[in-house]
Design a protein. Structure first.
Length: 75
């Protein structure tokens, strides 16, 4: 009986390709995770409201979401 091996390069390549689509599940998951971390820091007082809004705008641009997207958070 042999050892079963798998090629994980295909999966990694699919994730990279998937992240180019701004509405892909991977891209939206990364966006929402980043946003959650920033929101928690803002609640703890690390960022001002103005800084939080600016960071949200930066994240929207980074992940390819326009301000009128249903996925984008506009504080």
């Amino acid at each position: 009986m042999g050892i079963k091996t798998e090629n994980t390069a295909v999966e990694a390549a699919m994730l990279r390709q998937d992240s180019r689509d701004k509405h892909s599940p991977v891209n939206l998951m990364l966006y929402r995770t980043s946003l959650s971390l920033i929101r928690n820091l803002a609640r703890e007082g690390v960022f001002t409201d103005m800084e939080y809004r600016k960071i949200c705008t930066i994240l929207n641009k980074k992940y390819g979401l326009s301000s009128d997207s249903i996925f984008a958070e506009i504080p």
